[in-house]
Design a protein. Structure first.
Length: 363
């Protein structure tokens, strides 16, 4: 059973599953609109706990904690896509869950996600399922080398991925990803990586932010620049793809679509790499570089409020502070025009996103 959502009153409570920086920034935006948040997360020192009305420190499958959480909130949303299906189903029987948990079933599995995107007539890298080591050789024969072997589930920031080049031992790649159900993708020699953050309201209105161009280091997003240096027609195509995906999901909230730009003969074209059914790191620039942030837009959508039309304030550049880089934050604190965001995470770890800095320049 799914419970229908209706517009929230200004003092309503939004339940957020997940307590990381995305939940924290969602809660801060909710507070700006007078809405309260209740975050449920199993990790005791979750950085979203610091900025909300109420917290529940409990496992995602703790039914009695979920029951109390559901009683307290008016609507439930999430800040990460690996919410267990049973959690979403349990909560959806009690309160509206937005975006609809069915979206999770598609986006939690790379094979299901890519098959679904292809069924919409949208291009992805050529791919083949690899359910066992035995299936890897025929998949490689079909896809060719180089190829990227990815776990079907729980991959992020390049984790659970191995590239197989000419001469590489395919079995070693299979072991490297943990010998689990996988997808083999053709390696795309992309010209650049871009993403589109799109919001869709309960009434079905969709609005995209400007296209971001993303630079990764060690598979982790390092810099997003907006607008992406792509022809206007390609930017329109990218926004059109994100909009079609949001509509096909009957989505409510913010979602991000990561894409590769490939130089296809004379005209560059886009291929979808991944959908994130949530606010996204490549949309952080909107906090300082746009009249409405992706976080506020998501809150407006799940609250059943109208979306705001985003107006970009200039050319934006967002840099992530990853791991120990945060220890050099002093150098950013005095840069004129730089907006520093620190997530208040208790411990620095390699690869951990600790904060970000956005600069907005006149165009
Ligand atoms: P993902 O976890 O699928 O988002 O992949 C993380 C990063 O790995 C992407 O942002 C790309 O830089 C790279 N990557 C993933 N898939 C491919 C591919 N099929 N071809 C080339 N690079 C890829």
């Amino acid at each position: 059973m799914t419970i229908a959502a209706r517009p929230l009153d200004p003092d309503a409570i939004i339940g957020i599953l997940g307590g990381g920086q995305l939940g924290r920034m969602l809660a801060l935006s909710a507070a700006s609109l007078g809405l309260k948040c209740h975050v449920l997360c199993p990790e005791p020192l979750s950085c979203a706990f610091d900025v909300v009305r109420r917290v529940t420190e409990a496992d995602y499958v703790d039914k009695s904690a979920l029951d109390r959480f559901a009683d307290d909130v008016d609507v439930v949303t999430y800040e990460f896509e690996n919410v267990p299906a049973e959690t979403a189903t349990f909560l959806a029987a009690r309160k509206p869950v937005l975006p609809d948990p069915q979206v999770l079933a598609t986006t939690q599995d790379r094979l299901v996600e890519k098959s679904w995107i292809t069924s919409l007539g949208i291009a992805t890298a050529p791919f083949a399922p690899v359910g066992s080591l035995k299936e890897l050789a025929p998949a490689l024969a079909a896809i060719g080398r180089p190829a990227v072997l990815k776990t079907r589930r729980f991959g992020y920031d390049g984790k659970g991925q191995a590239t197989i080049r000419t001469g590489d031992d395919a079995e070693a790649a299979w072991q490297e990803i943990g010998a689990q159900p996988a997808i083999l993708e053709a390696f795309i020699p992309f010209e650049r990586e871009i993403s589109v953050v799109v919001a869709r309201s309960i009434d079905g209105e969709t609005l995209c932010f400007d296209v971001a161009e993303n630079e990764h280091r060690d598979h982790i997003l390092k810099v997003s620049r907006v607008p992406a240096a792509v022809p206007a027609a390609l930017a329109d195509e990218a926004r059109g793809i994100a909009t079609r995906i949001a509509e096909a999901f009957d989505y409510v909230g913010v979602l991000a679509v990561e894409m590769f730009v490939v130089a296809d003969g004379a005209a560059p074209a886009v291929m979808v790499n991944e959908i994130a059914p949530r606010v996204h790191n490549s949309g952080h620039w909107t906090l300082d570089g746009c009249s409405v942030s992706q976080f506020e837009q998501h809150i407006r959508a799940v609250a059943g409020w109208p979306l705001a039309t985003p107006v970009r304030r200039g050319r934006a550049e967002m840099v992530n502070l990853i791991g120990a880089e945060v220890e050099a934050v002093d150098k950013w604190l005095t840069v004129p025009g730089a907006s520093v965001h620190l997530y208040g995470k208790p411990a620095v770890r390699d690869g951990r996103k600790m904060g970000h800095v956005t600069q907005v320049f006149e165009e």
